[in-house]
Design a protein around this ligand. Structure first.
Ligand code: AMP
Ligand code: GLY
Length: 430
């Protein structure tokens, strides 16, 4: 089978690495990919994964490529092309494609849609309101004493959420998103949620439109600095499983969230095929959904896939073809930890093109994988090419060992002004 993966970050490297282990894949491309993805080889015939210099949002060029190469199965990882309707476009051209269609991708591309949907189907979430008038938004924020999460409705690179603790800051945040349009038109509507307290956990459910299968738990670390200080980022590190929900509690969460969500999808004619990724807050009043994403998490994927025993392409095909009911997900009991190494300055401005050393040494470590995110090859040298540069991942029998192994690999790698958190998974050891 010939497979095209769309995207070029750490999540896509993890997907490509796992897909390449399948005996079913004879050729694989990744658009646009990165330097790490280009080093992967297929288990079936040892051929390299080929990079295609087409951006993930360039739908017409991707379509031309997939038709020309007669791609059998396209796997779309990032939110932008999904929101732009890549799945609808490819399917209309007879190309088998994994990921939610445009209507289903609205769970991520519109926070207002998601919030209304949760309220309609009784899915536990924060108290909230949706506004297109800043004055009304401010009135609502005042009823929460300014303790709120102010969220741009549309996609904003994971940065369109401002957390505030008093009325003045809430008003400032509303003006920043709605009046100054710091996140562009994504902010013409805002969702304002009450500020929830508790432990955050990521869930993933693979869906085929009729059936949803929950993954184990994972936990991301969104803030840039240790002890959850600093600005929000795309995610600075993950581990799986997260010990804050027992198996029994995870099943209960499935019943409270995934079951009514799927029922709502079916009632409203939303054919959701792909990953639903709810961000949860475990509050004193029970688990509540902060947001829905409609794709694999990054860097959650980097800790899920080393634990997944199934053939990934078989699983995604079952998701696309509506056969998930016949498939059991199998997970290794091992714990995986991923530490993100980022460019100095991220999530603000940062330089690119800095040489990275130590990758060969890190590659010799057992049960360890350095997933590339923002990297590229320049004259045979791997250099930085983004904010999040590497996702250094290790898996072991227990969390302490996995954490030590991930940090031991980080120590082997260096580039100028590399920044990483030193407390990934530390909460779980307390
Ligand atoms: P989101 O993109 O909606 O997941 O928000 C980004 C981050 O903001 C989340 O990972 C949380 O850490 C935080 N956050 C979002 N909504 C809330 C909320 N209602 N209460 C507290 N923290 C929140
Ligand atoms: N882990 C954060 C995200 O994928 O949005």
């Amino acid at each position: 089978m010939k497979v095209l993966v769309v995207g070029g970050g750490g999540r896509e490297h993890a997907l490509v690495w796992k897909l390449a282990q399948s005996p079913l894949i004879s050729r694989m491309w990744c658009a646009p990919g990165n330097a790490g993805i280009a080093t992967e080889r297929l288990a079936a015939n040892d051929s390299p994964v080929e990079l295609v210099p087409i951006g993930a949002k360039d739908l017409p060029a991707l379509l031309d490529f997939a038709r020309e190469k007669r791609v059998d199965f396209t796997i779309v990882a990032p939110d932008d092309p999904l929101a732009l309707g890549i799945v609808d476009l490819f399917e209309a051209n007879g190309l088998k494609t994994w990921g939610p269609n445009q209507k289903a991708a609205r769970f991520e591309s519109s926070k207002a849609f998601s919030q209304d949907f949760m309220d309609r189907y009784g899915i536990p979430t924060a108290k909230s309101g949706t506004f297109s008038d800043p004055a009304e938004a401010k009135q609502f924020a005042a009823t929460l004493d300014g303790c709120c999460a102010v969220k741009a409705d549309g996609l904003a690179l994971g940065k369109g959420v401002l957390l505030t603790g008093n009325v003045a800051d809430a008003e400032k945040a509303i003006d920043e998103i709605m009046v100054d349009q710091s996140f562009g038109t994504a902010g013409s509507q805002v969702v304002i949620q009450e500020l929830l307290e508790g432990m955050e956990v990521s869930l993933h459910a693979l869906c085929d439109g009729k059936t949803a299968k929950l993954f184990p738990t994972a936990q991301d670390h969104k803030r840039a600095l240790d002890d959850d200080e600093g600005l929000n980022t795309g995610g600075m590190g993950t581990y799986s499983p997260a010990p804050f929900l027992s198996e029994k509690e995870l099943n209960e969460v499935g019943l409270q969230i995934i079951v009514p969500w799927l029922k709502g999808c079916i009632e409203e004619g939303i054919d959701f095929k792909g990953i639903l990724y709810p961000g949860l807050m475990l509050t004193a009043g029970g688990p509540k959904v902060l947001e829905f994403n409609a794709r694999f998490g990054d860097p959650e994927t980097q800790v899920y896939l080393p634990r997944l025993k199934n053939d990934l392409v078989e699983l995604l095909l079952a998701g696309t073809e509506g056969r998930l009911g016949q498939v059991d997900l199998e997970w290794s009991p091992q714990v995986a930890v991923c530490v993100v190494m980022a460019s100095g300055g991220y999530p603000g401005d940062y330089p690119k093109g800095i040489p990275i050393s130590g990758l060969e040494t890190a590659a010799t470590l057992p049960d360890t994988k350095v997933f590339h995110a923002g990297t590229k090859l320049r004259d045979g040298q791997v250099v930085t090419n983004g904010g999040r540069v590497l996702g250094v991942t290790a898996w072991r029998d227990d969390l302490k060992a996995a954490r030590e192994a991930a940090y031991a690999a980080v120590e082997k790698i260096s580039f100028e002004n590399a920044h990483f958190r030193r407390d990934i998974a530390a909460k779980a050891l307390k």
